[in-house]
Design a protein around this ligand. Structure first.
Ligand code: GLN
Length: 192
């Protein structure tokens, strides 16, 4: 089991620490050739426009799409959720997504009301009570394709979803010290 965390910008170290706490071999991914060794890939939160620019510079778009087609499980948190979506609303002009998950996300969606907040979430399939969601200029998932399962909502908005071996979370599970969402992803990787 080897999970990579895209380490171009944003909160990638915290994902690596949380995955390692679960006994998973976790690596910072900085060049596309590293993708070949992986069973799963986490695209972290940060600034999706900055990550997108760096993904173009380093040539990550096609390799991630191809490895995902060949069985690489992918989880996007916050900016990462924006980057895996089929469609981005309120994108900056020219901002491209990987388009691998059949969701439409709206950037900075909660930000119009309040920039950052925390909320207890009822996260499907997780035991031992609510999961504390840390939202930082978070998107929400506005549309879900027929094969997408919503996993958690806040204020009537979907903030976590999965589609086969793809998962999107609008919040930051790597910042809570609670490894349950990471364990859930690793279980998807094993099952896929
Ligand atoms: N608002 C950021 C963006 O559009 C995402 C914020 C985050 O990842 N915490 O990329």
């Amino acid at each position: 089991m080897h999970v990579g965390v895209l380490a171009l910008q944003g909160a990638f170290r915290e994902h690596i620490v949380t995955l390692e706490s679960l006994g998973v071999h976790a690596t910072a991914i900085r060049i596309p050739s590293q993708l070949a060794e992986l069973n799963g890939l986490v695209i972290p939160g940060g600034e999706s426009t900055a990550i997108a620019r760096l993904m173009v510079s380093y040539g990550f778009y096609e390799p991630i799409r191809q490895h995902h087609d060949a069985g690489l499980a992918v989880w996007g948190t916050c900016a990462g959720a924006i980057l895996i979506a089929r469609e981005i609303l309120d994108a900056v002009p020219g901002q491209e997504s990987l388009g691998i998950m059949d969701i439409t996300v709206r950037r900075n969606a909660f930000g119009r009301q309040v920039d950052s907040f925390e909320a207890d979430l009822d996260f499907a399939h997780l035991e031992d009570g609510p999961f504390r969601g840390v939202f930082i200029r978070a998107p929400w998932i506005e549309e879900l394709g027929p094969d997408v399962e919503p996993l958690a909502s806040h204020d009537g908005r979907v903030v976590a979803a999965r589609q086969g071996d793809l998962m999107a979370t609008a919040f930051h599970p790597e910042l809570t010290g609670d490894p349950r969402v990471h364990r859930f992803f690793v279980e998807q990787v094993v099952a896929s």
